[in-house]
Design a protein around this ligand. Structure first.
Ligand code: SF4
Length: 471
């Protein structure tokens, strides 16, 4: 749906505003110019934090957040920006995407001035959110993206250039990149399902008010959401442009459990299950823990001994350029081919182990509810979102804690806070699973299915306990 309302259009919903949420949605719609200005401001900050550290010498041992640009940028990016964006998804839905994301803004800008081509089929492939997340996560670990500015520039800057190129080539005033290809699109979409607000659509009003000249009859939805049939908050960037359309679309509060329990039974897909179980719990779990894992050290030691005993030394001596594998000799931080291979093997093994440990009890829970049904499995997988989200947020915030610790700032409450977050997320997941199970079975079967779901949480929670308390 595209087109602009006439400048003199009066919106019925403006004259009779609903609650504060509805008014906030309308405010966003009316202040798109201000939002664009804000977006350019974020683009400027983003570019500065990304480019400046990459042209400066690497920080020395005395560098701290407050006296070194590179450490400061590291802290802002990985310590505040990313965990903050993830938490914002749980609170405001994808408001970040629609209002502040520099990449989305640049992609839409390129699309507004681009070729406006049709979107090819390969772009629409539904597996991109999963594949792009996995590849970016693993590659980030190989090049130490959290530690050094050049890999950050390469990954984040490369992603931004790709977003602009896709915007230039496809769609008109659209965010084709954000809708289909952004590496965090899938993750943001999953987290937004738990947000306590969404744009609700009244289809009766949508049809009935089609000819009302006094109502908003046009808008541009940049992330290509089919608004009339929108059931999920996942694809919506909360930009507010459709707010008040035909007096049928409004920002509304909702119960955080509503979408996962009531809607995901229809909307969940196998790609969601893969992203939650294999991507967020498996790959991200392995990526966050390998550097602290004594098992990784043992694995590497065993492989090195095996190679040396056979007179094979080149995997222990060979390094690659920094953009392929971490290589900072001056910092005594060089990964050899053996390190790189062990890193991939470790993340791969953790991914397989966690995926099986989560997937099997989940499958059992599905079967205990009745005859096997893949859709029920995918629905139950959505109940894992709180635990998966908590893991990623805790993993990223570990960077915040480490950087603050290196600058001499420690918080005594951090461990209890982590324990509380993990316990709360696990309880939330079990609660969601119980509500989902109750939709299809009752009594002993329901209890057994919920207990089986509970088993699926054991491995991921154990992984975080190992990382934060035992290693
Ligand atoms: S449905 Fe589209 S236009 Fe409406 S708020 Fe969401 S992103 Fe914006």
């Amino acid at each position: 749906m595209t087109g602009k309302p006439a400048p003199c259009t009066v919106y019925a919903t403006d004259l009779h505003p609903g609650g504060r949420f509805e008014a906030a949605g309308h405010w966003l719609r009316r202040h798109q110019r201000l939002i664009r200005l804000l977006q350019w401001g974020v683009v400027a900050v983003y570019a500065t934090l990304l480019v400046v550290p990459s042209v400066l010498p690497l920080p020395g041992e005395t560098a701290r957040i407050w006296n070194d640009v590179t450490v400061f940028a590291q802290f802002v990016f990985w310590g505040i920006w990313w965990p903050g964006v993830l938490i914002s998804m749980l609170v405001f839905g994808r408001l970040w995407c629609g209002v502040l994301c520099p990449e989305g803004a640049l992609s839409e800008f390129a699309s507004r001035n681009g070729r406006g081509g049709a979107i090819p089929r390969w772009v629409r492939w539904p597996g991109w959110p999963f594949l792009a997340f996995v590849l970016t996560t693993v590659y980030g670990q190989m090049v130490s993206v959290y530690q050094y500015p050049k890999p950050a520039l390469l990954i984040l800057g490369g992603s931004t250039l790709a977003a602009m190129a896709i915007g230039y080539l496809y769609g008109r005033e659209k965010r084709v990149w954000c809708r289909y290809l952004c590496p965090v699109n899938g993750v943001f979409g999953l987290l937004a399902k738990l947000a306590p607000m969404h744009y609700a659509v009244d289809r009766t009003a949508w049809e009935g008010n089609a000819r009302r000249a006094d109502l908003l009859q046009g808008y541009t939805c940049a992330p290509l959401v089919p608004v009339k049939n929108m059931q999920s908050a996942s694809p919506c960037h909360m930009c507010g442009r459709c707010s008040g359309f035909r007096a049928a679309v409004r920002l509304e509060p909702r119960a955080p459990n509503h979408e996962v329990v009531e809607v995901s039974g229809r909307t969940a897909t196998r790609w969601d299950s893969l992203l939650i179980i294999v991507g967020l719990i498996g790959v991200a779990g392995g990526a966050f823990q390998w550097a602290s894992s004594p098992w990784f050290v043992d694995l590497k030691q065993a492989a090195a001994t095996w190679l040396v005993e056979r007179g094979i030394f080149w995997p222990l001596d060979t390094s690659l350029p920094w953009w392929m594998l971490t290589n900072y000799a001056a910092q005594s931080d060089v990964m050899t081919l053996l390190d790189g291979a062990m890193l991939l093997a470790y993340i791969g093994a953790v991914t397989v182990g966690l995926s099986v440990a989560v997937g099997l009890p989940l499958a059992l829970a599905t079967r205990l509810c009745g005859p096997w049904h893949w859709q029920r499995f995918h629905h139950l997988a959505h109940a894992l979102i709180p635990v998966a989200a908590c893991g990623v947020i805790l993993g990223l915030s570990a960077q915040t804690v480490t950087l603050l610790h290196q600058s001499g700032i420690d918080f005594a409450w951090i461990q209890p806070a982590r324990a509380l977050a993990l316990a709360g997320a696990a309880l939330w997941s079990v609660w969601l699973a119980g509500r989902i199970v109750a939709r299809t079975c009752r009594g002993g079967r329901a209890m057994a299915a919920t207990a089986s779901f509970l088993l699926s949480l054991v491995a991921p929670v154990t992984g975080w306990v190992l990382l934060f308390w035992l290693w």
